[in-house]
Design a protein around this ligand. Structure first.
Ligand code: FNR
Length: 186
């Protein structure tokens, strides 16, 4: 049997009823058996501050860094806030990137998917996030680009994802699985 790759999923919304969290959970269900997706929580991370980091960092920083370190790949599922990355997600990335030279993300395969009730599907957040991932040396999947616009229309009255969006998510996660396989061999 081929290796199972553990994927840390970072959801950019802290809302209980978050659409992006629902998308992340749907992706976990659609993923091929070569991927194991797990949401890594970011809501308890204190705002990044070098004064509280170092030899004795907050327990939440250590828990988060350990979860990232244990992952073979990273999947970001995020809304857009004011045409950019939500602060909670940017904070999590900052925490995971430190201490300097010990980033828990460097060299890992990654992918970004954004979802919004708006027409442009969180394009701004998606690409601002990609800018940080370039610097952090995360090998980010290029295609398919995944901006899920008008996302409310993708759910039926029972809260189930429609066939069209489900099919897209399946293609997305299967392509990511192949990307993980490829980049882990480098
Ligand atoms: C938003 N929203 C939003 N949507 C968008 O498409 N572009 C944007 O720039 C913004 N800006 C923005 C700022 C702030 C502070 C909030 C709270 C919301 C709307 C956002 O897409 C919507 O609330 C989503 O439902 C959030 O995703 P979750 O929480 O459902 O995953």
């Amino acid at each position: 049997m081929s290796q199972v790759h553990r994927i840390a999923v970072l959801v950019g919304s802290l809302r209980k009823e978050s659409i992006n969290r629902k998308i992340a959970l749907a992706l976990a269900g659609l993923a091929p058996s070569s991927l194991e997706l797990k949401i890594v929580e970011i809501g308890d991370l204190p705002l990044y501050n070098e004064d509280i980091d170092g030899a004795n960092p907050p327990a939440a920083y250590t828990r988060f860094r350990d979860e990232l370190a244990a992952a073979d790949g990273l999947l970001f599922v995020t809304p857009e806030y004011n045409r950019s990355v939500p602060g909670a997600l940017k904070n999590a990335i900052d925490v995971g990137s430190r201490p300097y030279g010990q980033s828990k993300m460097s060299g890992k395969p990654g992918a970004v998917i954004s979802a919004s009730p708006g027409a442009i599907g969180g394009f701004g957040a998606n690409h601002h996030l990609r800018q940080s991932l370039v610097f952090l040396d995360v090998a980010t999947l290029q295609q398919p680009e995944s901006y899920l616009g008008n996302i409310g229309a993708s759910f039926d009255e029972n809260g189930e994802l429609n066939e069209r969006t489900t099919a897209f998510l399946k293609t997305f996660i299967e392509t990511f699985a192949a990307w993980v396989e490829k980049t882990r061999k480098f």
